[in-house]
Write a protein that binds this ligand. Structure first.
Ligand code: HPA
Length: 270
């Protein structure tokens, strides 16, 4: 994140949001709804250092809007490590949110399910993560005032997780709880990798979120995470995986995802 990006954003934002919501693959419809239309959209390409996103299904803008009566920023699209971006860019939105004074971030993603008890189309609240990116977003000079060796005991805020669970229950939704294993992609995993990850305690696997969660915690943000389980991970079912099926399952789950996010925002303690 450049000082320029922060300055540009400070000039353009209509208010300081309480909450940032990162809308994952296939889950971006909220950034095109009536609240978003009434808000202020800032394309990534207007932010110094932010390139346009390259993956179909990922928009590229920040939308500052009133949503369920609360001031939020909706992030449509994210920078993935597999696109060749440095970790500093992958996590730049978290730095910007921290510096702007945002307090809470909700990270959403599409993921493959490893836990055989979970089903395609279900949502999972992240309880913890495994960093399999083979690198770490805080390598390099420490970004002050975050600590050099930040604690990661409770990356995903237990109170926010409890709120998600309560919202899901009130909506009559199944909300799974589990450990997200993040890796670079862009290939999907092999069945042997998935068996290994299962034995390590992973419930879901995906190509984002972990670096963002680490940097968000380094910025002192409270973090919540939801995975949309868009496929069973490689080798669990006897057929190959396609990006298309991941997008379709994301679209099919969008209504429930949106309902859960709305309830979460509405009930978030001020
Ligand atoms: N693996 C990795 N990333 C993913 C998957 C998967 O099975 N599904 C959606 N994102």
């Amino acid at each position: 994140m450049s000082a320029d990006a922060l300055q540009v954003l400070r000039e353009k934002v209509p208010f300081i949001p309480e909450l940032a919501i990162v809308l994952g693959s296939g889950l971006g419809a909220l950034a095109y709804g009536p609240e978003a239309k009434a808000g202020t959209a800032i394309p990534f390409t207007d932010i110094p250092g932010f390139p346009a996103p390259t993956v179909a299904g990922h928009g590229g803008k920040l939308v500052f809007c009133t949503f369920e009566g609360r001031k939020v920023v909706l992030q449509a699209g994210r920078f993935h490590f597999y696109e060749g971006h440095p970790m500093s860019l992958v996590t730049a939105p978290m730095r910007l949110y921290g510096r702007l004074g945002v307090e809470t971030v909700l990270l959403t993603n599409a993921a493959g399910a490893l836990n055989p008890a979970f089903g395609v189309g279900e949502l999972m609240a992240l309880t913890d993560h495994l960093n399999f990116f083979g690198t770490h977003p805080l390598i390099g000079p420490n970004v002050e005032p975050g600590p050099r060796f930040p604690d990661m005991t409770a990356v995903y805020d237990p109170a926010l997780r409890a709120l998600l669970a309560a919202c899901a229950e009130a909506l009559g939704q199944t909300l799974r709880q589990g450990v997200y294993l993040g890796l670079t992609g862009p290939s999907y995993e092999t069945p042997a990798e998935i068996r290994a990850f299962r034995s390590l305690g992973a419930d879901a696997v995906g190509m984002s979120t972990v670096p963002e969660a680490i940097v968000a915690r380094h910025e002192g943000l409270r973090v919540a995470g939801i995975s949309c389980l868009c496929n069973m991970a490689a080798g669990i079912l006897p057929r190959p995986l396609t990006h298309q099926e991941v997008l379709e399952a994301g679209a099919a789950a969008a209504g429930r995802f949106e309902a859960l996010v709305r309830a979460f925002v509405r009930d978030l303690p001020a």
